[in-house]
Design a binder for this molecule. Structure first.
Ligand SMILES: *Cc1c(COP(=O)(O)O)cnc(C)c1O
Length: 394
């Protein structure tokens, strides 16, 4: 049988063809008027993608670079910070903050659950923390956090609110300005449909004020220096010109379909996936607060998820992600963010049914696909496809 490799991983995600083509046209110098115009456009379009009036800073690095920048540019040695953590990426906030010798406290939820905003309020109250960190969507477990409620809690406590929305952007409603999200971190290889290598951070006026007072050391990841360069249409150093070209195409595409449609697309695919895997007799890893960026699914009782992942890849070329760290073998993760459509998902669900059946997990063929189709019929786009007859009558 023929098979095509298809990425269903929550980063990197499938590339937008127009962005991929732009990568091949990347012979451009970064200190030219042509590139400056492009860079300005990209920064403006990033604000559209974020839905914010705040500045968005761009770094050439993976997403973690902008996470580190948020710590090193906004805090001073010895300050206390609080991290609401529910998975591997929450633990990354803790590790970065510790690396910069901050005093780090956590409010934790077990893997698969969200940290309740109320628990954050209890710990944050008293005003002794300089900042609160969280993931909008915790990609290691498929959990979503109540960012809006946490923003209110942070504001009450006078703490800067710093959100890793690397998989939240483009998959959930985030009212950056309305809710008061001081820093929102993004990355290129998720809903933006381009390869890894660019990281972003939006900064509120309060975040800029804090940046002026903050004293932690940093060099490459410098918000203020990047902002100054961006005003001239440039990066402070040599940005990945190829990726900036690709990003321009991806953002042009997102503007053309609308950021709301990109979000609605992920939401529909996520809901269809949740219904489908339940119809196959599988359980979600995060049933109480699932995000729409990806779905984490538990394997059948007694089966290592690696067996399913390998079979999907070897038989159908479909690449889904395993669990990270101690969650390895306990889940597989299917992405919905960025360049996925319904046929992509329907094909994967059919492949999953075939693989499960072969592995001896009783699963009625078609049950998952049918459940997903039902979600599409009930919640999908409402405009009617024109029939050949009505087209002929025109
Ligand atoms: C992908 C991801 C990151 C960034 O990882 P990098 O490998 O540095 O790009 C951070 N947080 C979350 C929630 C992610 O999904």
């Amino acid at each position: 049988m023929l098979k095509k490799t298809r990425l269903f991983t929550p980063g990197p995600t499938p590339l937008l063809p127009a962005a991929q083509a732009a990568l091949a046209r990347a012979e451009i110098h970064h200190r030219t008027e042509e590139f400056r115009a492009l860079y300005r456009q990209v920064l403006e379009d990033l604000r559209y993608f974020y839905g914010t009036k705040n500045d968005v800073i761009l770094f050439t690095s993976s997403g973690t670079g902008a996470m580190e920048a948020a710590v090193s540019n906004l805090l001073s040695e010895g300050e206390a910070v609080l991290v609401a953590t529910a998975g591997k990426f929450g633990e990354r906030w803790v590790e970065i903050a510790r690396a910069f010798r901050l005093k780090v406290d956590t409010v934790e939820a077990p893997y698969g659950q969200a940290v309740p905003a109320e628990a954050v309020r209890e710990k944050l109250g008293g005003g002794s923390y300089a900042a609160l960190f969280v993931q909008a969507t915790e990609s290691s477990t498929g959990v979503r956090h109540d960012v809006q409620a946490m923003a209110a809690v942070a504001r009450e406590a006078g703490a800067l609110f710093i959100v890793d929305a690397i998989t939240g952007l483009g998959t959930m409603e985030l009212d950056v300005d309305g809710w008061g999200l001081d820093v929102v971190v993004g990355g290129s290889q998720k809903a933006l449909m381009i390869p890894p290598g660019l990281a972003f951070a939006s900064l509120s006026p309060a975040a800029w004020e804090r940046a002026e007072l903050a004293r932690l050391p940093h060099y490459y990841f410098d918000f203020a220096r990047e902002k100054k360069s961006a005003e001239k249409g440039e990066g402070a150093f040599t940005p990945s010109t190829a990726l900036v070209l690709a990003l321009a195409e991806a953002l042009r595409y997102i503007r053309s379909v609308g950021r709301e449609s990109l979000i609605a697309n992920a939401q529909l695919l996520a809901e269809a996936t949740r219904q489908a895997v339940r119809a196959m007799g599988l359980e979600l890893f995060a049933p109480a607060a699932p995000c729409d960026a990806l779905t984490a699914v538990r394997p059948p009782e007694g089966m290592d998820s690696g067996v399913i992942i390998r079979a999907l890849r070897e038989r159908f070329g479909a690449v889904v992600a395993n669990g990270q760290g101690s969650m390895k073998g306990r889940m597989f993760r299917v992405a919905h963010l960025g360049n996925y459509d319904f046929p992509d998902l329907a094909g994967l669900l059919a492949a999953l049914e075939l693989v499960l059946t072969e592995l001896g997990h009783p699963c009625e063929l078609g049950a998952g696909v049918r459940a997903a189709e039902r979600v599409y019929v009930e919640q999908g786009p409402k405009s009617k496809v024109q029939s050949p007859k009505s087209l002929a009558a025109r």
